[in-house]
Ligand binder design. Structure first.
Ligand code: FE2
Length: 370
């Protein structure tokens, strides 16, 4: 059993301004990587600017990261980092800017490198130090060694390397109160998916189980108070943020499992938000584990003090309802993705192609659904 976690994580309202000196220790020049406007809107960009100025760090802002960040944007960001001679990268945001920031930190240390080298992790130099400020309560990216980047082929693919763990991460749950309700919901079910997929996972250890169970219990407890009114208090936001970090720490050990693996094409081809796309598969994943890992499922539901059917109802009430049908052609084109898929192979029951394809047909194929 091994637990490697090199990120200093500071979770506190006001944490970025209070800890300005910690950013100053990373270098003299910084490239901030953000999305188009959420970092500004929630106040995180202003807090970062305050902290960097106070620490005597000059910075530039690269704010062109869109949802489901693309390799081409990361390559542009890396060029901006090289041009401003950045010593380190500071990502601010939810999963997209944080994942892009990790890729930019790696590409900037290896000018001229291409997409294939990034995905195959054959880049020669280690990445620049990467710092993260989390502004949503879902991704957990601020505490993982994973970045999901969409390649030029339009496919979301993960890079996973201990070199891209953030060296420092700040969590200020106040930022999350600027999210619209639908984002609060989809990020909460994303964090919940991380916990569950980590718990029911061949790679799980005593360390990851503790984080996964604790995260799932916090999220389900809060969501079950939200069935009729979804207003979230400050204290609940603090707890949801903490739970998302626990989810991140759990998947930093195990990686994700079937729901994430089957979610990516729903986002790429059908525009479903990441959390909702994962949540779509959770009712199946619960049944699956009740069948193939009944003891573990029992332990899980005892641990979160909830019955399996209550849990499924909670997910369905929180996530956006998805009614998508796919054609036989689309399923055929997707087929190579399920073959030897690392995340699927970590599941505790059947993982063969036939089983996964039948699941997809039953869930999404027009003729089968009717
Ligand atoms: Fe996720």
């Amino acid at each position: 059993m091994e637990f490697y976690f090199p990120t200093r994580i500071i979770i506190n309202r006001g944490s970025v301004r209070e800890n300005w000196d910690k950013l100053g220790s990373l270098g003299k020049r910084c490239l901030i990587v953000t999305g188009c406007n959420s970092a500004k809107k929630c106040g995180a960009l202003d807090d970062a600017a305050y902290a960097l100025k106070k620490a005597g760090v000059s910075y530039e802002v690269f704010s062109r990261i869109t949802q489901n960040p693309r390799f081409t944007d990361c390559a542009e960001g890396a060029k901006a980092a090289v041009d401003c001679k950045a010593d380190f990268i500071l990502g601010i945001g939810g999963g997209s800017p944080l994942d892009a920031g990790k890729a930019i930190a790696w590409l900037a240390a290896n000018p001229g490198s291409d997409e294939q080298q990034m995905y195959s992790q054959t880049l020669k130099n280690k990445p620049l130090p990467f710092a993260a400020i989390g502004t949503t309560a879902g991704t957990g990216s601020e505490v993982t060694q994973v970045a999901v980047i969409t390649g030029t082929d339009g496919r979301k693919k993960s890079i996973r390397s201990e070199f891209i763990f953030p060296v420092i991460a700040f969590g200020d749950p106040a930022y999350t109160s600027f999210m619209p309700e639908h984002v609060t919901r989809s990020t909460a079910v994303d964090a919940l998916s991380h916990c569950i997929e980590s718990y029911f996972n061949k790679a799980s250890t005593a360390f990851s189980e503790i984080y996964a169970l604790c995260g799932a219990r916090i999220i389900t407890e809060i969501l079950s108070q939200k069935l009729s009114d979804f207003s979230v208090t400050e204290q609940q936001r603090d707890m949801l943020y903490l739970a998302s970090v626990f989810g991140g720490m759990a998947i930093s050990v195990t990686g994700t499992c079937i729901p994430h693996a089957l979610s990516y094409f729903l986002t790429e081809n059908h525009g479903v938000a990441h959390g909702n796309a994962c949540a779509f598969w959770l009712p199946f994943f619960i049944q699956y584990n009740q069948k193939y890992a009944p003891e573990r499922a029992g332990k899980f539901f005892d641990g979160i003090r909830m019955k399996a059917d209550e849990f499924v109802l909670l997910v369905e009430n929180t996530a956006q309802h998805i009614d998508i049908t796919v054609s036989a052609d689309e399923l055929e084109m997707l087929r190579p993705r399920w073959k030897n898929n690392g995340s699927i192979l970590k599941a505790l029951g059947r993982t063969d192609n036939e089983y996964i394809e039948n699941l997809l047909k039953k869930s999404l194929l027009k003729e089968e659904k009717e």
